[in-house]
Each structure stands twice: as C-alpha cells, then as structure tokens.
Design a protein around this ligand. Structure first.
Ligand SMILES: Cc1ncc(COP(=O)(O)O)c(C=O)c1O
Length: 407
C-alpha cells in the first residue's frame, strides 16, 4: 500500500519533497536486517539497474551529486589551472567541483528563457578564455536538456572533455535529430553526474551516480571513490608484499594515487533501487503537474509565464520555474515569496548567478552576463513534487492570482 499524499489539504506545500512508499521502506529495512550495510550487493544492483535505465555501459554510485561531479572531473584527469566552462546559472556544486581540483571556472551566459547554456554561450565563453579550456560542464537545468549535440560538436572541434551535470534530469531524453537517448547515455559527452538529494526526481537521502561508456574511466571512478585503493592483482606494483609465489596475498591492496571516501552505503542504494523502479511514474506525474501549471497560469501571462521550453528534449521536470515580471506584478520577489509563504506555499530561487557569490567575485572579479541576469531577475520555483495533486497546482495558481490582484 502506498503512503497517501496529504498535500492536497491546505497544509504547507514545500517547493519540492521526496515520495517514499511502503516498497521503499521495505527495501531499506531488508538491508538493515541483513549483514551488509556499506558498499555491497545493493550498490552493485543499483548501479546495474541505473546503467541499464539510462543506456550507459557503466554507472558508479557515490555519496552525493557533488561527489559525482568531483569524481567525474578527476577521472578525466582535470588538474590545477585547467579551465572549465560552467553555466552561470547552477547550484554551487557545479563550479565548486572544478575548484576542488584546483581548476579555474569560466562562467558562460545562459538563455534568459530556459536558463540553459547553449552552444553559442559556450562558444562565447571559450573565446573569452582565449583557448585555454580543458572541459565544459553543461547543466540540464530544471530537468530540460542542454543541446548536447551542439556542445558535443564544439567539444570535438576543440578537443575538450564534456561532463553533463544531470543532477536535475534523471528520466529526461535528448531528442535532437536522429537521437532519442536518455540523459546519462553520454551520446555526446564523456560522463554524466546525477544527484539523489530528496528534492530530486528519485532519492537515496543523499547520493549520486556517474555514468559513462568508457571502461577505463569507470574503473578509475570506482577506485577514486574508495581512497584510490585497488585490489587488481594485475596492477600491483609492490610484488614482494603483494604475492606469495604467484598467488596474491588475501589481505593485500594498493594505493597508487590518492582518492576519497565517496562510497554510497547499501542502505542508501536499496532506497535508490526501489525508487528507480518508480522513476517512470514519477516523471509522468511531474509532466502532468507541469501541464496543469501551464493551464492554470495561462491567464497571468505575460506577467507570469512558465520557463521556456528547450528544443530537442523530452524533459523530466525537476523544478517548475515560473518567470515573473515583478514590476508588472507590482511586488518584489521577496514580497511574492512572503505572500506565498503566508498562504502555506513554499518557493525557491534556482539560482543566483554563480559569479555573484563572494568567493567567485573575489577570485574572478565582478561579472554580469546578460542572459543570466535576465533569467535570475524573473525566476521563482513553485511547488513541484510527485505526491502533489492538480488541486495543489490550482491552489498555487489561485494564490498567485490573489497576489497579482493585490490581495
Ligand atoms: C545542478 C546541481 N548540481 C549539483 C548538485 C549537487 O548534488 P548534491 O546535493 O547531491 O551534492 C545539485 C544539488 O542540489 C544540483 O542541483
């Protein structure tokens, strides 16, 4: 029996939340009752199922989306001073992953209607960086895909690595030209990174995944998530310690380079596997809710419009972003958020342009990219989560109508 949603009642509607049912709870309980809690059979099963779901040869589970981005850049041998193009509109983690490795971030502008970095924006950032870029890190904002075919062509032209920040986009499909591929299949990229934070489409509490098609990269990702530790006898360097005669010693492992503890536990993975089985239902429900928002908000255009639709994509909506002309509405964003809050409706801003963060301002100076500024001036994420009902959408739309009417 699934846990019944109570969100259609006039309680607080958060902007996002997880959907946990009895099958999820049973899956986690089974692991707790077993012998293995840390990375073990449930992680392997989750990785296999995830790789199959997104059409990737390999999936490597890790402790967060941030860890996934860090591991992906590490596995591509990003090193100090390498520059990486990152869209200005994203969560802190996208740019921070570059800095973890001592790389430098080149912020690219985004489309003001979709918040996505297009190939033209990436190209402008590459020009600004004057040819010293190693990689690009597009973000599939809100669950729509960036133009990976276009970005892939740019990457091939300039010999750049390409990592997709797919933390918002599990369940989305790229549909450009002949392509109809799930995000994560890495048709045009080297790797894709996912997050399973509770507001994301599926959750493990905290968790992440990297997908790729390259076996060597997958092997390195697995090693680097666990201290850089290897039990591969073919690679052992210290033969005197490693072997007794021809036979490897049973306790023996080696560390040839330094890695991290970014392991996912079997407890988390069991929840992930159970949630993955519900993914198609989650995506369909979210699409229905977004369609309901589009109908309910139609009267408020042009003061309030939904995020622009990106071509070449079947989105898996993680967020419902409304673009609001606050001057036309006659209230600031803070006033609208507070008024919604008083009516029991949560909202959030995704995102403040990354270059505005004091850390990045100190490092790279003051910047203003026009698309990112225009997008940021208008964006407000309204409640969207699987256990919402269309009645909740109507309640949010009604609240916005009252706010616009000065109520
Ligand atoms: C676009 C984007 N990238 C990366 C991350 C980092 O994921 P996590 O919170 O799992 O570390 C997030 C999470 O909020 C995100 O939204």
């Amino acid at each position: 029996m699934s846990k019944k949603s109570e969100s259609a009642s006039p309680g607080m509607l958060p902007y996002g939340r997880q959907s946990i049912d009895e099958t999820d709870i049973r899956a986690v309980t089974r692991v707790l009752e077993g012998d293995w809690l840390t990375t073990g059979p449930a992680v392997e099963a989750f990785e296999r199922a995830f790789a199959e779901k997104v059409g990737a040869a390999h999936a490597i589970a890790c402790s967060s989306g941030t860890a996934a981005l860090h591991l992906a850049l590490e596995a591509l041998w990003l090193v100090e001073h390498d520059r990486v193009v990152v869209p200005a509109i994203s969560f802190l983690a996208t740019a921070n992953a570059v800095r973890f490795l001592g790389g430098e971030v080149v912020f690219a502008d985004v489309d003001a209607q979709t918040g996505l970095m297009t190939p033209a924006h990436a190209e402008a950032a590459l020009k600004r960086a004057d040819g010293h870029v190693r990689a690009m890190l597009p973000v599939h904002l809100a669950g729509q895909c960036a133009d990976m075919a276009g970005l892939g062509a740019l990457a091939r032209r300039d010999g750049l690595k390409l990592v997709e920040d797919a933390c918002h986009a599990l369940g989305a499909f790229e549909t450009s030209g002949e392509t109809h591929a799930p995000v994560g299949a890495c048709r045009h990229s080297d790797m894709a990174a996912f997050s399973f934070h509770p507001v994301k489409t599926i959750t493990t509490g905290e968790g992440g995944m990297v997908t790729c098609q390259n076996g060597d990269a997958a092997e390195r990702l697995g090693r680097m998530r666990n201290h850089g530790m290897s039990r591969d006898e073919r690679a052992f360097q210290n033969a005197a310690l490693a072997f007794e005669g021809e036979t490897p010693n049973p306790w023996y492992y080696e560390m040839e380079e330094i890695g991290f503890n970014y392991r996912l536990s079997d407890i988390h993975a069991a929840l992930g596997l159970s949630q993955l089985a519900r993914l198609d239902g989650f995506v369909a429900k979210r699409r229905g809710l977004v369609a309901a928002y589009e109908r309910e908000l139609a009267d408020l255009a042009p003061a309030i419009v939904p995020l622009g639709r990106a071509p070449g994509c079947e989105p898996a909506w993680h967020l419902f972003v409304a673009l609001i002309d606050f001057d036309q509405v006659g209230a600031s964003r803070a006033q609208v958020m507070r008024a919604l809050g008083e009516k029991g409706i949560g909202a959030q801003v995704h995102y403040i342009p990354l270059y505005q963060q004091p850390y990045y301002r100190q490092r790279y100076g003051r910047q203003k990219l026009p698309g990112a500024e225009a997008y940021y001036a208008r964006c407000l994420s309204l409640p969207l989560f699987t256990d919402m009902e269309e009645g909740d959408v109507a309640r949010v739309a009604q609240a916005l109508k009252e706010i616009v009417a000065g109520g």
